[in-house]
Design a protein around this ligand. Structure first.
Ligand SMILES: N[C@@H]1[C@@H](O)[C@H](O)[C@@H](COP(=O)(O)O)O[C@@H]1O
Length: 337
């Protein structure tokens, strides 16, 4: 595989799943201390990676689990942001300024803060009530944060009696890192071909529904826009028919992500439509990954993890073919804003 270190990948994703060993007692403790709601507050793309976990919570419980933009919270905080709230703040760098700016604000209000970072020697890791650090980089952080936030919500559901298979799910997840590496290897040739096909494409529509919708949004915004400077339009598959469909015509590129949860039919509806009007339809389907030993129940949860893993292969080829390193930025954390 091009520019891929299998041992490093497996170590990082195993480190993400290992949060399971710590999170049940922690969740028990915070619930016992009177926590009545959870907010995920990541800045930018990392927050998108929490959305499948938030949807998972909504499917099983009325316990409030929601998402807020840190930069918005400072200006206009939600009513429940007080000592009954737990804020979970993911940040790979641990230094993103909008998130760091929230720290004193949360402290003043007596909010409990749990951070998930890639580096222990950072403000977000050091100034939290609880922290979990799992080293990752841009090429591995998506799966890592999807898995960690999903396990946090599974722990909430388990500790509030909404699910009884936490241990069974976690034991399947522990096998996942190696399976994901195999899925990358199986996808490598297709990734190289897809990169060749789209390398000069100036614009893509990205769509999907359910747990894979945030990945469509993330891949468009954080990889193609930020790291390749390619224009994208992420749109939820349910909204596709309420505006964006009018832009589809021969030559327009549409990426459709398909997952394995109950919302798969929304993606299939887009699929039936776009094939009629453009020749450039690229479908990424988590169901195409083999993942031996993973149950349908767990597969439905990890569809975005699988797609992130396959898409990293596409990015690896794109940066080489386009001679545009994924690390090049004009403005992001380079100029003042
Ligand atoms: N496109 C990037 C994301 O990929 C990143 O997640 C986010 C926050 O960075 P961090 O996770 O370091 O807080 O910044 C930008 O939005």
């Amino acid at each position: 595989m091009l520019n891929f270190d299998k041992a490093r990948f497996i170590k990082i994703q195993s480190g993400a799943v290992a949060i399971a060993d710590k999170i049940r007692p922690l969740m028990r403790e915070v619930l016992g201390a009177g926590i009545e709601r959870i907010y995920f507050m990541g800045t930018g793309g990392v927050q998108l990676l929490t959305f499948p976990a938030i949807e998972l919570a909504a499917r099983y419980t009325t316990f409030p689990v929601s998402a807020c933009f840190p930069a918005q919270v400072i200006l206009d905080p939600p009513a429940g942001l007080n000592e009954k709230a737990l804020v979970v703040m993911p940040s790979l760098s641990g230094t993103t300024k909008e998130s760091v700016a929230l720290l004193p604000f949360l402290k003043e209000r007596g909010v409990r803060l749990m951070t998930l970072t890639g580096h222990a020697d950072t403000p977000l890791a050091q100034q939290a009530d609880f922290t979990y650090t799992n080293f990752a980089e841009d090429d591995t952080s998506s799966e890592s944060f999807y898995l960690q936030t999903m396990i946090i919500v599974l722990a909430l559901l388990a500790e509030t009696g909404k699910i009884d298979d936490f241990d069974a799910v976690v034991s399947e997840l522990k096998t996942l890192p190696g399976l994901l590496a195999d899925a990358k290897a199986a996808y490598e040739d297709d990734a190289a071909k897809l990169a060749q096909s789209i390398k000069d494409e100036p614009y893509h529509i990205f769509t999907g529904a359910g747990a894979v919708w945030p990945e469509a949004h993330y891949y468009g915004m954080c990889i193609l826009e930020e790291m390749q400077w390619i224009r994208t339009r992420p749109v939820h598959a349910a909204d596709f028919f309420h505006g964006t469909l009018e832009l589809v015509e021969p030559g327009v590129s549409v990426f459709l992500f398909k997952g394995e949860d109950a919302l798969r039919p929304l993606g299939e509806r887009v699929e039936r439509f776009v094939h009629r009007y453009t020749d450039k339809v690229w479908i990424l389907d988590s169901a195409s990954a083999a993942l031996p030993g993973i149950s349908p129940r767990v597969r439905s949860l990890i569809s975005p993890v699988v797609l992130a893993t396959l898409l990293e292969r596409l990015s690896a080829h794109l940066e080489v073919l386009r001679q545009h390193p994924l690390t090049t930025r004009r403005y992001y954390k380079r100029v003042e804003y």
